[in-house]
Write a protein that binds this ligand. Sequence first.
Ligand code: UD1
Length: 422
Amino acid sequence: MDQIIVTGNGELSGEIPIAGAKNACLTLMPATLLSEEPLTLTNAPRLSDIKTMTELLQSLGAEVTSLQGGQVLALSSHDLSNHVAEYDIVRKMRASNLVLGPMLARLGHAVVSLPGGCAIGARPMDLHIRGLEALGAEIELRDGYLHAKAPQGLKGATVEFSFASVGATENVLMAATLAKGTTVLKNAAREPEIVDLATCLRKMGARIEGDGTSQITIEGVDRLSGATHPVVADRIELGTYMLAPAIAGGEVECLGGRLDLVGAFVEKLDAAGIGVEETGRGLKVARRNGRIRAVDVTTEPFPGFPTDLQAQMMALLCTADGTSVLEEKIFENRFMHAPELMRMGAQIDVHGGTATVTGVDRLRGAPVMATDLRASVSLILAGLAAEGETVLSRVYHLDRGYEHLVRKLEGVGARIERVKGQ
Ligand code: UD1
């Protein structure tokens, strides 16, 4: 298997282009199932998770064509020949469950495998199921598969989520676009990916208001049309690359970055002593002198600090002056990067959902590996400023969420290479 070798090499400088958001694209793609007409997505990221979603949609009878080297996805669900999302594909990626709502709304029935265990916690689907049941769906679990049907079609209803789940909001929002009457989603997730999905659905003819707030109202329509839509910038990729100069020193401009996508994160960078400036082309991040300050971080649903940047932020705080407390409130078991960072000399104490990080002067390179996407990239970031060589195994996690990672970091002066495995 491939490995990535990073050697701490001093300050970084230059530009990094930010791609379209993985998580937005993974919810926009299944929206094709809602309409007989073509959906074209531009600014799509080139990632293995997008290939997995492509494979899943094709298995359902949708046509997915990748154009312009993968930056444009042409999708068409004119004829859907199959309504079963098989375990073999779903188990690879939890976002596969986003085909459930659209298939049910369009066809009146759907069979979708439960995703199963995942490295960052149990991640059940109860909120998706309860939301769709409120719209009149009958859902049964048999042989590891959710069997869903809506013999009389879906009907608008009020759905109040007990937690503002991103995936459950997306699934029920998509289903409600074709339900009869009005659906009101209360305690809905407010993530930018939800706003991007609602914007695309409106282009397809859906009637949606309130996305970006915790109450979304959907007026069902009989059918949706085609549309062309650019995928919003990836706020997690953005935050990750903003941390590169914050950790290694120097100045990097993240092209396409927007402050409104990373507000809570930028507040923490500021508290740590890292400067962020809007340039008109993106966000410029600079670290010039001395050690950064310790800061406490609690992950929360948007607009709070994102759980998907917690591991990368921890890598920064490992060398801060003082003690930082990181609290993980979204997923249990999301500190698997901590023992790996400790192999590089970090001082971290994990108790349940809290990690206490006592800053050290410098990390030292080491062989490391990680069990999820964001944990993996946090080790690369740590390696940028560590003394000597950091060798990361299980690189395939990174391919799920960071396009051209090595090339982008090399472009700002990092010493990083990917070595082919046997
Ligand atoms: C999405 C993102 C993921 C991000 C997460 C939180 C995609 C493809 N993935 O995941 O990268 O980390 O949002 O910002 O967009 N929960 C339940 N029951 C449910 C659904 C969720 O208990 O039916 C719980 C989960 O176990 C977790 C919390 O709710 O503790 C958040 O999950 P959710 O917001 O649904 O995250 P995902 O949509 O899975």
